[in-house]
Write a protein that binds this ligand. Sequence first.
Ligand code: NAG
Ligand code: NAG
Ligand code: NAG
Ligand code: NAG
Ligand code: NAG
Length: 369
Amino acid sequence: MATAIYFIIWVLLITDMVWTRSVRQVNEPDDWTVGDFDCPRECFCPPSFPTALYCENRGLKEIPAIPSRIWYLYLENNLIETIPEKPFENATQLRWINLNKNKITNYGIEKGALSQLKKLLFLFLEDNELEEVPSPLPRSLEQLQLARNKVSRIPQGTFSNLENLTLLDLQHNKLLDNAFQRDTFKGLKNLMQLNMAKNSLKNMPPRLPANTMQLFLDNNSIEGIPENYFNVIPKVAFLRLNHNKLSDAGLPSSGFDVSSILDLQLSHNRLTKVPRISAHLQHLHLDHNKIKSVNVSVICPTPSALPEEQDLFSYGPRLSYLRLDGNEIKPPIPMDLMTCFRLLQAVIINHIANCSLPPFSIVQLISSI
Ligand SMILES: *[C@@H]1O[C@H](CO)[C@@H](O)[C@H](O)[C@H]1NC(C)=O
Ligand SMILES: *[C@@H]1O[C@H](CO)[C@@H](O)[C@H](O)[C@H]1NC(C)=O
Ligand SMILES: *[C@@H]1O[C@H](CO)[C@@H](O)[C@H](O)[C@H]1NC(C)=O
Ligand SMILES: *[C@@H]1O[C@H](CO)[C@@H](O)[C@H](O)[C@H]1NC(C)=O
Ligand SMILES: *[C@@H]1O[C@H](CO)[C@@H](O)[C@H](O)[C@H]1NC(C)=O
């Protein structure tokens, strides 16, 4: 899903660039001379694409003066430590800045440097040396990519004006539970994807934005999920909690019986039972837990979860993919699993040591009942 979204965004960007380029070519035949004249010496200004400035992979220590015509700025993989205001003073058209793989610290970012970019949509700051989420940020921002920094702090009010932010990527940082205040995520009215994988959280982040659809929390140390946690994020569809410390006792009383969830990943946790799920769930990853057996009469979602959908034969539980390998379950797969989950297409279950099955037997279960 994430890949699909990135792909769509990529296609949109390409379309935008191509469009920009063709419009420019038609209307402004002098662009070549303009670009040639104000192009920073260290960078490359493609004559046919006058809104882009390429300064990546050049060992740059400083950001050059950005001409006012630039929309797309590529500065990744340099040795840049600071983001001053000055080089951006005329760059009011910027939509996209890629500063991945540099050496930027919070001390190096001048207060107005980013917030003066009133049209900025995408800001890439992955693989830098940030210890805080930079603030203030432009209100127009739609994507903020901060993976693989050292972020442990989110200054008060950082996100409060970012009403258009749809994606926030904080994976592989140093966030602890105390990074979050009551109102940390308040104001993120359009946030859809939140990635906090590979941090040091022991608890679920509190008070998430109501439109969150994708929540990725893999590789933390989360032990439990509070009762009614999902009530504030009624649209959550993709939930990843692989590589945490979830136990049966840490789950809410209704488990993951949340009708919005379509894809639930709970691999590498400490569950001994298959948790309750809703009839809408399509993909369930439960591999590498401590599950001993599957009691279908307990986990089969009850039809009452679907009051509006009377015809059970066509609208029964939607589960199509189930991963159970790396547990303590003995084959064969209970037949009543197929009776309950009629759309199940693949169950991946491990063999017990020294049994004659291959290490992974992918069992295709096409219901013929
Ligand atoms: C911004 O534009 C002004 C006027 O053209 C120019 O004097 C100044 O050097 C420019 N600043 C940068 C950082 O390019
Ligand atoms: C948010 O996006 C909408 C729709 O694209 C736009 O009209 C609005 O100006 C944006 N808000 C900010 C603060 O840029
Ligand atoms: C989590 O950790 C495992 C094991 O180290 C690794 O294979 C996996 O790629 C990590 N996933 C994420 C999202 O960080
Ligand atoms: C499955 O659970 C039901 C209800 O709790 C119980 O009556 C039944 O004995 C269990 N079946 C197995 C095989 O453990
Ligand atoms: C399989 O059996 C052999 C011989 O009985 C034993 O040495 C080996 O440890 C067993 N493998 C596993 C994975 O238990």
